[in-house]
Design a protein around this ligand. Sequence first.
Ligand code: HEM
Length: 497
Amino acid sequence: MAFSIHILPSSDAIAALVLLGLGSFTKGLLSPLRTVPGPFLARFTRLWEIHAVRSRDFATYNIALHKKYGSIVRLAPNRYSLNDADAGKWILGHKTGLDKSNFYYPFGFVDTPNLFSETSNATHAKLRRPIAQVYSTTNLLHYEPFVDTCTAILIKRLDEYAREGKQLPVRELMQYYAFDVIGAITTGSRFGLLEENGDKSGIIEALDEGLDYSAIVGLIPVVHWWISKVVDLLGIKLSFIRMIDFINLHLNNRVSGRSKSPLGCQDFVDKMLQSEQDGKATRTHTFIACAQNIAAGSDTTAISLSSVIAHLCIYPEAMTKLRQELDEARKDGRLSDPATFQEAQKLPYLQAVIYEALRVHPAVGVPLTRVVGKAGAHLAGQYFPPGTEVGVNAWVIHNNEHIFGPDASQFRPERWLSEDSAERAALERNFLSFGIGPRTCIGKNISLLEMLKVIPQIVMGFDFELQRDERSGERYTWRTSFFTKQSFCCLVRKRSR
Ligand code: HEM
């Protein structure tokens, strides 16, 4: 009997619930955002957005929502997605300087946020300053030999696929490549995924699990603290601990002098240890920077490389133009084998192909969200009160025909080569694949270094033919959790000239 008394809600509890419900109903009625359209359930609960993200197709879904409801859409009671030419600049840009929303909180440890997960811009600036130099363009050149070593192994793998006539799962191989490159640049050591042509240690899966968790828990961030405490209390070993072990091993070996950077050039750890000696960074900065390189720099680059290969298959005229540029440059002695970063930077069509591949398939598939500050904000003709979460999804903006033209959904690298500088500036202002503003991607130049160097080697050496999936009949598909990871196969042949 005593048991049932405990579980039956008391009249006080019922009254409190009714008041709470009435409170949020009245708040909704009085809100200046009450007329903003969106899915019916999103007006009352975050569960609608959680369900939408769990459906694994949020990128396309977000585009469809804007087609149906217009430039502002409600995603949850206090979260809105915007589709407007100035939305990226306003929400993410330097001028407004809005803090990140709590969506990012579960992307880091509860007590030690990283650059990506820290929500306050002021605290973030203190974290970013000591490490920014290590990502600078001058430092990039030291990383080239690490990229070349991995590219040589990648080419061997492609040779094998070509010889054996086996279907190549492109994104998976690109992921092995991107993980090995970022491991090598960061710690001097590859993960060894390219050599084993697989992921026996499960590091990719571990990262996937972490991102699946963050993409959902980010929508109810308050539970992250509780989950983390329970995990600690029960001593549960999370799968991404493997990545932490990898970093700790290499960091400790370097600090104790048991290892030094291979290939006679400084890797990222060397540069961070130097910053520590100069009093610019601490060991915590070094550790976090290494972890965020691997977590943020592997999947993203793999998705972008895969997009380049797929779109060059789907649009063979772009492949022909790219090869023309590369072949001529090689013939004229302007492109070494392997390509150097500086040479590749001087090839406009190659750069346009990369930007276009990132535009039509951004690596992040959900909105980048920020919180409106104390003064409130007028965006896309709508007033947003303080505390509202507003976001822009690169998939939505990049598909906006008012910004990118009636062929926004098509892969057309030429758009980046327009003679009209105002037109090009408008494209660049709305290019959100790396984010913009104070929280823009710190690893952008590292990923461009990788892509600019490896694409000439792949494209000049091999022909690719997209294969149809037997079950779905599709040639190129993807699923969104936080990232939009593709699934597609190609037949590879040594290039016929
Ligand atoms: C094509 C490859 C890449 C893409 C598409 C990409 C995309 C992005 C995006 C969209 C953001 C901003 C997120 C936001 O505003 O919420 C970001 C931030 C970040 N990225 Fe990347 N990224 C790439 C490669 C890399 C690489 C190679 C690294 C590391 C070596 C890296 C490290 C980071 C870090 C640390 C942040 C947080 C920066 C901050 O808040 O200061 N990314 N990236």
